[in-house]
Design a protein around this ligand. Structure first.
Ligand code: SUG
Length: 416
């Protein structure tokens, strides 16, 4: 059995819109009220998956959840005229950011030798707090083979859990035993700390991780205050590389030292604040990059276009490439529609280390299926959504039809 990293990207749903629902996510707040382009957004996401597949990497996807979530509105006894934020919450396409779908511990790290996934409860943001039931159903379908996978219920809602966005893993190679690093925030600032320490500890216990190969690290409160609402906005790890902003962690020195002590061979690529400020990091999403090891072995950083638009970030990247560091290539992708809601290339994917043959093949992508996705999106996804249309029955019908056409071409009949 060959274990590889499979990236499961969220297909951007047909209800993608800018409602400004995420306090502390500066891009989402800034773009509140703007017109969104769901069709372009979904095509951008598919193009990113195709570019990564062309590097020889395994690619999967997760489906948009049923929206609008009318059952949730009923549960909340919502009055559509007086609760527009809740209505928008029922329409949000936020499940596209699958880095927040679950935390994943690959089989070589766990006591029973299975790959464990815990669906994230996402309780801090109301519009995301109702994702987990449908996400769980989907994970149970995609990773149904219980010889290889164990899919868990969310941690209790008194502890906020945002999934893999606050989880990093170091290993010589993906298929080897690794060190899992959980990053949490402490409350008290102007913005919520969405990942609670206790939630991370519960996930680590449920996954049967060896305490000697787990680390719990506090995120720098300054980073949260600057708009890094998840750790993956300021740091990313891949195999033996940590690519991080100088101000990502509350205690960077001891974080790096402990990672290196527990996983010898790790190299830290730290970007100093005097070259790239936290503000530059957060507007460009330099660290919300995918750091990938293609079959060539040359580690590649997949960054959003916004990195090229920022002179400080771009010049730092050029210097990095000119040096002799472990990251050998930078690929630039256009995910501007997602970026405008605070979701970069890394937010759009959930990493699972496994054998692709053990995953339900309907959730795996190849060129031919990518073309099918493109054609269904081009035909059925709304071209544009003005936030004033959110709540409209006619648009809701179009959104439902678009998703059901997608399920039809993928032959997925088990999900609501
Ligand atoms: O949870 N945006 C998402 C972005 C998630 C990014 N994920 C990671 N960093 N892994 C969020 O804040 C905006 C939706 C709105 O405002 O309508 C939103 O939910």
């Amino acid at each position: 059995m060959t274990l590889v990293e499979i990236n499961f990207d969220g297909i951007v749903g047909p209800s993608h819109n800018y409602a400004g629902l995420s306090l502390g996510n500066l891009a989402a707040t800034r773009n509140a009220g703007a017109t969104s382009y769901p069709r372009a957004a979904a095509l951008q996401g598919i193009a990113k998956m195709k570019t990564n597949m062309a590097m020889g990497l395994s690619q999967g996807f997760l489906l948009p959840l049923p929206r609008p979530d009318t059952a949730w509105l009923e549960e909340l006894a919502t009055d559509p005229d007086t609760d527009p934020a809740l209505v928008a919450g029922a329409w949000s396409a936020s499940s596209m950011w699958t880095a927040n779908a679950a935390t994943v511990s690959p089989a070589p790290d766990t006591a029973d030798g299975k790959c464990h996934l815990t669906v994230a409860n996402l309780v801090t943001m109301p519009h995301r707090s109702h994702e987990w039931r449908d996400t769980l159903a989907q994970l149970r379908l995609a990773f149904a083979d219980d010889a290889y996978f164990a899919v868990h219920d969310p941690v209790p809602p008194c502890f906020g859990d945002e999934g893999a966005a606050n989880h990093m893993r170091f290993a010589g190679q993906h298929g080897e035993p690794g060190l899992e690093v959980f990053v949490y925030g402490r409350p008290g600032g102007q913005f919520p700390a969405r990942q609670h320490e206790q939630a991370s500890r519960i996930v680590a216990r449920k996954h049967g991780l060896d305490p000697a190969r787990v680390l719990f690290v506090e995120q720098n409160p300054e980073a949260i205050e600057a708009g890094a609402f998840h750790n993956d906005v300021v740091a990313v790890a891949n195999e033996t590389v940590l690519f991080t902003h100088q101000h990502a962690f509350a205690d960077p020195r001891s974080t790096y030292d402990t990672i290196i002590a527990r996983c010898p061979g790790v190299q830290v690529v730290e970007v100093p604040a005097d070259r790239v400020s936290l503000e530059d990091a957060i507007t460009s999403y330099l660290f919300n990059a995918q750091l990938l090891t293609p079959p060539s072995g040359e580690m590649t950083l997949v960054v959003p276009e916004e990195c090229r638009d920022n002179p400080n970030v771009w010049s730092w990247l050029q210097d990095m490439l000119a040096g002799n560091g472990p990251i050998r290539h930078v690929n630039v992708v256009d995910v501007r529609q997602s970026m405008a809601n605070g979701g970069g290339p890394a937010c759009l994917r959930l990493r699972v280390v496994g054998d692709p043959k053990t995953v339900d093949p309907r959730f795996m992508l190849d060129e031919a299926k990518a073309e099918k996705l493109e054609s269904v999106v081009s035909e059925y996804w709304p071209e544009a959504i003005d936030p004033a249309q959110v709540g409209s029955e006619a648009l809701a019908a179009d959104i439902r039809e678009a998703r059901s056409k997608l399920m039809e071409i993928l032959d997925i009949t088990e999900l609501g």
